[in-house]
Structure formats: C-alpha cells, structure tokens
Design a protein around this ligand. Structure first.
Ligand SMILES: [Zn+2]
Ligand SMILES: [Zn+2]
Length: 255
C-alpha cells in the first residue's frame, strides 16, 4: 500500500499544499489543495474520497477535482463523511451558488459524484484496504481515518484534533500501528489559540501520546506557515523518544 502525501500544510504558499493524502491510486483522504498537483489521468483514477471534516483546507479542491474529471469517468466518485460533513458540503459548497451540485450532474440517475454518510467507528472495505472512521475533537464534527492493508498493517490519519480520548482508544484496539499522521498545528507559545481552534501543540500532543500503547512512525502535519521552525523545535523537545518526521507535500511511504 502506497501512501502519498499530496498536501499536509496548515496554509498556503510556495511548496505548501493543504491536506490531501492519496492511498495507492484510487482512494483520497481529504481533498485540500494538494490534490491539484495530480495529472488529469491520476485524478481520474480516484474513486473514493473520505473527508475528515468540513473545514475549507480539507475540502477546497473537491469541487475542482470533480469538475476536472467530469468527462473522464464512467462511474461516480464516492464521497464519504460524517452526516454533518455531508450536509455542510451540500448546503454550503455544492448548492448551485458556490458550485454546481455534481451529485445531480449530468443527471440525478447517473451522477458523477455520490455522497455517502459514514458514522464514526464504521469501516468500508475497498479492494484489499479497509478504511475506518475514528471520532476526534475539533471545532466542527470531525474524524480521523485508519487504513489497513491486506497484511493487517495500519496507517492512521488524525484529521484535525485537539486533546481527546477517542482517537487513542480506537488506535489502542489495533493489533499494530505502523505510521500515524497527526497534526501539530500550533507552537507551544500559541497554547491559548490552539485551545480555541482545537488543534494540537507539541506539548499537548506529547501528553496525549502517553495514552498510545503503540510506537508508530509519527508523521507530523498541519504546521502553520511561518511557524514550522518553532513547532519543530517543540516537537524535538517533547518527543525525544519517538520516531518523528515533519512531513511535506511530495513525501510518500509504503506499508
Ligand atoms: Zn479543521
Ligand atoms: Zn485543517
């Protein structure tokens, strides 16, 4: 199983793309600006898109993606998310004002995109990969995802979250955890803002990692542009005993 980081930044700018992760060539976790760097032929191979939550940095390129491959695909793209996330996409994005409702185009009977409500703690099997939704703690209802390959190896993605128990409890139920992509959006000096925005800081992340029984490779994401150095220093100070990488768009790992 290939995991390609198309985007993982907390903002935009040269080299920075917002959250989007490609699993093999057909599954996407979030549709931030990172997906916009794929060739049209690569975009056309994406058949399943799992959305962690409704914030713009995680959905911004979903409308453009669907529009771009409209004439290229024969079966609808399946979009999965919490009921609240699907409602937000329908009400605020694919509402004919911001963007056409592609779940009715070219026809209601044969649309190019279909929405699927996916409750927390449920799984969907796609080929040899099983994707499980894990609730987290964010300003809007949100989940992370665990992707398990045919050998039982697990890659987990936190989505956006602050201190919580649900993510760690779900991960501890896995027999193993090989890699965990987790956010640390703010430096420790911005603790107050991180509590309002419900993102981790390095110190809070270190506290929560004590709840985890596994020792996965930590792939740190969602660093705010301009604060990367300060956040990385915090991670270095608090997570000395962990295998930590601050990932960037273009990185990939194989499980
Ligand atoms: Zn968010
Ligand atoms: Zn975000």
């Amino acid at each position: 199983m290939w995991i390609s980081i198309l985007g993982c930044s907390g903002g935009i700018g040269p080299g920075n793309r917002t959250t989007s992760i490609l699993i093999d060539d057909d599954i996407l976790l979030d549709a931030g600006s990172g997906v916009g760097d794929l060739e049209l032929q690569q975009m056309s191979k994406i058949r399943h898109i799992f959305i962690s939550h409704s914030h713009l940095d995680h959905i911004a390129f979903l409308p453009f993606l669907v529009d771009s491959i409209f004439s290229q695909i024969k079966t609808p793209i399946q979009v999965y998310g919490l009921p609240e996330t699907i409602k937000a996409l329908k009400d605020h994005i694919f509402n004919w004002t911001i963007w056409p409702d592609f779940s009715e185009l070219p026809s209601k009977e044969k649309p190019v995109m279909q929405f699927n409500e996916m409750l927390p703690h449920t799984s969907i099997q796609i080929g040899e990969r099983k994707i499980t939704s894990i609730p987290v703690e964010h300003v809007v209802p949100g989940v992370g995802f665990c992707v398990q390959n045919e050998e039982g190896k697990n890659f987990a993605f936190s989505g956006d979250t602050a201190t919580n128990d649900s993510l760690w409890q779900a991960l501890n139920k896995l027999s193993s955890l090989d890699a965990l992509m987790i956010e640390s959006g703010y430096p420790d000096s911005m603790e107050d803002l991180s509590k309002l925005a419900l993102h981790y800081t390095p110190a809070r992340l270190a506290d929560d990692l004590k709840k985890l029984k596994h020792t996965p490779h930590l792939l740190i994401s969602h660093l705010k542009p301009g604060l990367e150095t300060e956040i990385a220093e915090g991670l270095h100070n608090h997570l000395k005993e962990y295998d930590v990488t601050c990932i960037k768009s273009g990185d990939s790992i194989q499980l």
